[in-house]
Design a protein around this ligand. Sequence first.
Ligand SMILES: Cc1cc2nc3c(=O)[nH]c(=O)nc-3n(C[C@H](O)[C@H](O)[C@H](O)COP(=O)(O)O)c2cc1C
Length: 408
Amino acid sequence: MLNYNILFKITGSIAVYKSAIIISKLVQAGCKVKVVATESALKFAGNATFEGLTGNKVLTDSFAEGEMMSHINLVKWADLVIVAPATANTINKLASGAGDSLLTSLFLAHDWTKPYLIAPAMNTNMFKHPATQEAMNKLASWGATILPTDIGYLACGDVGEGKLLDTDLIYEKIISSITSISKSGKNVLITYGGTSESLDGVRTITNISTGKTGAAIAEQLAACGHKVSVLRSKSSLVSKLKNDEVTYGTFDEYKKEIFKLLSEQDFDAVIHLAALSDYTPTKLEYDDQVSRLPLKSKLNSEIDTIKVVLKKNPKIISQLKSVSKNKEIKVIGFKLTNNRNEPENLKAVNKLFSEADCVYVVHNDLVSRTTTNEQTYFTVYDKLMNRKECTTVVELAKEMEIILENNL
Ligand SMILES: Cc1cc2nc3c(=O)[nH]c(=O)nc-3n(C[C@H](O)[C@H](O)[C@H](O)COP(=O)(O)O)c2cc1C
């Protein structure tokens, strides 16, 4: 979980409703958020929205009873400050050094060891106005980060610069700004997605892996300040955060890439979710002919019977420690079973522990895959076979983070 204090400043733009989306994401990720709004901002959305989302009273007035020292206390409390949306008026006031409201006084008292982000939102002419441009340059020279604006349809009907940056991108920027000041990050490699083996120019043998679980874990760990590298299949889900990313198609490509990554980089842990084919097709036999695979062209679809010869692949997970640059690397393995009974599941988990020298093994079963191909119900085992149940992918991602923070 992210455990950061975010001071979220909101000013009077038509884009105020979008700040609620960002705040909701931050709260869901574990951040504590306090909102300071201008009077104009509260004409666009009410206290109820922001107090409801954050659980904290919205602050506007420097002289509110019981809040008289907020302009100093909030600066100390915050790990990061963001103004989103930031109006032309507020941007110009901040750059002039005015302290005529709680929001502006807080800026004058800002501790510049902490990030201060400004996400402008305004009509194109207001944005291009020399006063606004000069103010943004001045604020940047003092250490504030001015986020870019989008070009697009504006509430006034114009199309141009000045539109508030996409809320997902603002969220990412907040996360990357705070996590870059976090010191305890681990260097982790996450592999996910299914292999795909070509038969001919158009046909492949693959599996049902989507990459959703791996992408969720990658996002959670990156959001918590860990350095995450991803090795994922070309067809799998891309994680939303910008990670170092390498892709693979076939089993052989996967093997080459993971060995390269592990032998060149100093990873603390590898989370091995990749759904690797146990077999690689090597030959096709039909009409007394034998063809080596993969074929470049498309196989004739008139042939009645085709035999595919599959060769067993070696177990990659059991070779990870020996090929790694860091011989102390911690391996977290995943074991998917197929509706087995409890003793058989435990046997399969134990086998993976001993074959791959894992520190943790996550077990799941095909029976708990939903009709929309979502995996649910994961059991995380440690070496002593202590277990932790996770119902959803999100719970599992948070458990992986706890393991990385506390137990590795
Ligand atoms: C409907 C409406 C939408 C507005 N949208 C914006 C906007 O997107 N950006 C902006 O800079 N000003 C906008 N304004 C003007 C500001 O609300 C106005 O300059 C106000 O004084 C800003 O106060 P504040 O910076 O203290 O919040 C808008 C005004 C109205 C009435």
